[in-house]
Design a protein around this ligand. Structure first.
Ligand code: GLN
Length: 483
């Protein structure tokens, strides 16, 4: 039963082949048995899950239907979940039980989804390896000595290991797409403003966006359908109708113009990944797509701009964790300053502290113009490159990452080496564009992802292209040995 996709689960539940309660019990047992190897969960919510599963079964018995009614999922542990620890992977919030549900959590619960637990993540979503979590590193089910990617590494490892069919995640600079690539999943970062950020603990507010991680594009369509939509509680949520994502999955790709940026195939890209990307291009050509070389000339500036903007916003967002209102408080503070210093010094891990310092520096008087403002100008140039490209093509295709998943610890002492791995994903966040990563093959037994980018609000187009690709390839069906 653990091999079923969300789409298959919906059919099985509708046909009364099994109940949501039965399925939930099977998956909870599987998590108990296998997750100790992976460390993909921070909290399990067995009681909540069984209660939601029974309620979903009762709703189905009353004639209700719906693709998510009774479907087991998990939430990245930065979505506030009422009455449940919401730690953001940090000691700072180890004792924090959210007093309310994030909009995403509430919407999925209302659709009948069953929450099995909260997944592990890099502390405050800062990272690409899921090694900065206070709760320990997450392992990649494809090779337990390698990282699963980050910051949504827990969601990715759990879904890849078939502990559950799908999970929520967030992407500030690649944290949905990069772990999807590293674990052979399909992951979608929606347009900025498509999915509400209310109740999603902020890292960098102008970049953060929630989205689905699943095995197939078809399942991403189902989960995104439950997550997307306008929310008056989020001032950056966009009031744009949500299309039926499943309805466009089978649109023809005849004449689809795919742009391949020449800058993507530079020296930093593993040639074996380059070859797999070329294979995926050929596959899409067979389906009727037309390939065109394009240029994104400002791409080289994106990493430095991102690593100014994201830490600047993080330093501002994380100032609320001061040991006074909620979260961790140090023992026996001598005075107020000591309370602030020690609560923050003891509550935040090294990477978070590094970014708070970089961000505070970039925003400080005298440096604001030189760093933050400059970075914002680069951000506009990156966006303009995309706008020019989308005048000529419908989607942009390339690798999700320059290398496959690295070994645990390989980049821990060199943060910049890890930052450089974000080269292909970060630009979509700077521009606010939707992006998807899907399985495209293997290098040394480790999965490789191909990334698709589209104009604003064209999530449906991305899912359509990925679905057609998946109907004609079987990379996404491969299961890691031992799971
Ligand atoms: N790796 C990037 C960072 O560390 C992106 C993280 C994310 O998308 N949350 O900031």
């Amino acid at each position: 039963m653990h091999q079923l996709t969300l789409a298959e689960i919906a059919r099985g539940l509708a046909d009364k082949k099994f109940s949501s309660e039965e399925l939930t019990k099977v998956l909870l047992a599987r998590i108990a048995q296998l997750d100790p190897q992976l460390n993909s969960f921070i909290s399990l919510t067995e009681d909540l899950a069984l209660q939601q599963a029974k309620a979903a079964d009762a709703r189905r018995a009353n004639g209700e239907s719906g693709a998510l009614l009774g479907a087991p999922i998990a939430h990245k542990d930065l979505f506030c979940t009422q009455g449940v620890r919401t730690s953001c992977g940090s000691k700072m919030l180890d004792n924090f039980k959210a007093p309310y549900d994030a909009t995403v959590v509430a919407k999925l619960a209302a659709a009948g989804a069953v929450t099995l637990g909260k997944t592990n993540m890099d502390e405050f979503a800062m990272g690409s390896a899921n090694e900065s979590s206070y709760y320990g590193a997450v392992k990649n089910p494809w090779n337990l000595e390698h990282v699963p990617g980050g910051s949504s590494g827990g969601s990715a490892a759990a879904v890849a290991a078939r502990l559950l069919p799908a999970a929520t995640a967030t992407d500030t600079g690649g944290s949905i797409r990069q772990p999807a690539a590293f674990t052979n999943l399909t992951g979608l970062k929606p347009t900025y403003g498509r999915v509400s950020r209310w109740g999603m603990i902020a890292y960098a507010s102008s970049l953060d966006q929630g989205g689905p991680l699943a095995r197939t594009a078809e399942d991403c369509a189902i989960l995104l359908q439950g997550m997307a939509g306008f929310d008056s509680n989020d001032s950056t949520s966009i009031d744009e109708p949500v299309p039926d994502y499943s309805a466009s999955l089978n649109d023809s790709l005849k004449g689809l113009r795919i742009g391949v940026p020449k800058e993507y195939f530079s020296a930093g890209l593993d040639p074996r990944i380059a070859e797999l990307i070329q294979n995926s291009i050929k596959e899409l050509e067979k389906l009727g797509a037309v390939i065109k070389e394009i240029s994104l000339p400002n791409m080289q500036h994106a990493i430095p701009a991102y690593y100014v903007i994201a830490p600047a916003e993080a330093s501002s967002n994380l100032s609320r964790f001061d040991g006074v209102r909620f979260g961790y408080r140090c023992e026996d503070p001598k005075n107020l300053e000591d309370l602030y210093k020690r609560s923050r010094g003891e509550g935040f891990g090294a990477e978070v502290q590094r970014r708070i310092m970089v961000g505070a520096y970039a925003l400080s008087a005298g440096y604001y113009d030189a760093y933050y403002l400059k970075a914002q100008k680069i951000r506009r140039l990156v966006k303009n490159d995309f706008m020019a490209a989308f005048n000529e093509v419908d989607i942009i295709l390339g690798p999700t990452t320059p290398n496959p998943a690295w070994k645990l610890g390989a980049k821990s002492s060199d943060p910049v080496a890890a930052y450089l791995e974000d080269v292909y994903t970060i630009t979509a966040n700077l521009a606010g564009l939707p992006g998807l990563s899907m399985p495209a093959g293997f290098v040394d037994g480790l999965p490789v992802g191909v990334q698709l980018l589209a104009p604003y609000f064209q999530e449906g187009r991305l899912l359509n292209v990925a679905h057609q690709y998946q109907l004609n390839t079987d990379w996404h069906t491969r299961t890691p040995t031992g799971f």
